[in-house]
Design a protein around this ligand. Structure first.
Ligand code: SF4
Length: 297
């Protein structure tokens, strides 16, 4: 008989660092365009997997000398190669047990009917196939899914924090009609202490220090700093020249996004802080920040 324990052990063997299971009633109240139940109304569980962002992929950006590792091995490669490989294996595992599985990779740029920058339904994009259904594609919010699967909490930066890796992981999901027991919501020690280092160190000043967003998820109130997604998107690509040493134009053939900013506030500053506070289980022998952070004249 299939059990959550067996599925989770299998997912770990497939290469995931973390796995949690959400029941779908935890999405009650979600906007229709963001409710995974519309993808498969008969689904019984949402499995959420996470793969760590290796700390060393951020090293070259921290030193200002090697930017490729984070964009490829810490970002695009996890979302587009590594996590999908786990989803394929998990899909086959569940099918062999007689259950349907719908993999949901973290590849949200074009498909969803929602513009992820504004949160509004896109104009001239898609139409519902029937009046009672949302327009394709439904947008699955990975951080909310991870919250519903009990993997941790959403930090002030809006980046998801886990006790294992702090802000260093990327998620993917899978919907299944297998009757899996859900994990409880995260009850561990509070991770985000509102230090606001994410706000201070963000090179795009994309996170408001005062204005917040409050939502209710699975019966709990969750709050994060208001994020200016446009400012975040520009800074991500190196719009602040004080933190971008590249002067040439990228080749038109770009396999991975160029994450030039290296998540200076929301991942690096947050990780350094949580490591110092002893809140991350994945410990290192040496501190991450060893020199004064660079900034271009
Ligand atoms: S940097 Fe501080 S305030 Fe920001 S998410 Fe991390 S712990 Fe929370």
């Amino acid at each position: 008989m299939i059990t959550s324990k067996k599925v989770k052990e299998a997912v770990k063997k497939m290469g995931a660092d973390l796995v949690g299971i959400a029941s779908l009633d935890r999405f009650e109240g979600a906007p229709r365009q963001m409710d995974p139940r519309y993808i498969n109304p008969e689904a019984r569980a949402l499995i959420v997997i996470a793969t760590r962002i290796p700390r060393g992929t951020l090293r070259g950006i921290e030193e200002g000398t090697y930017f490729l590792s984070y964009s490829s091995m810490g970002y695009g490669g996890i979302n587009r190669i590594y996590n999908p490989m786990i989803l394929w294996q998990l899909t086959r595992y569940l099918e062999d047990e007689g259950y349907e599985a719908t993999p949901i990779p973290n590849d949200y740029y074009d498909w969803p009917a929602i513009d992820y920058a504004t949160g509004r339904v896109k104009e001239n994009w898609s139409r519902p196939v029937a009046p009672e259904r949302p327009a394709p594609d439904v947008f699955v919010h990975f951080r909310i899914a991870a919250f519903c699967a009990g993997l941790g909490e959403i930090g002030y930066s809006k980046v998801f924090l886990t006790p294992e890796f702090g802000p260093r992981q990327r998620f993917a999901c899978l919907l299944t009609d297998a009757p899996l027991e859900p994990d409880p919501l995260y009850e561990g020690p509070k991770l985000c202490d509102r230090c606001l280092l994410c706000v201070k160190e963000c090179t795009g000043q994309a996170i408001s220090p005062a204005e917040t967003v409050k939502v209710r998820i699975a019966g709990r109130e969750v709050e994060w700093g208001k994020l200016d997604v446009d400012a975040c998107t520009k800074a991500f690509a190196g719009s602040n020249k004080k933190y971008n040493p590249f002067t040439g134009e990228p080749s038109p053939v770009v396999v991975y996004s160029r994450a030039l900013e290296g998540a200076r506030g929301c991942i690096r500053a947050c990780m350094i802080h949580l490591e110092k506070e002893g809140k991350i289980k994945n410990r290192f022998r040496n501190e991450f920040r060893r020199r004064k952070p660079w900034v271009m004249e």
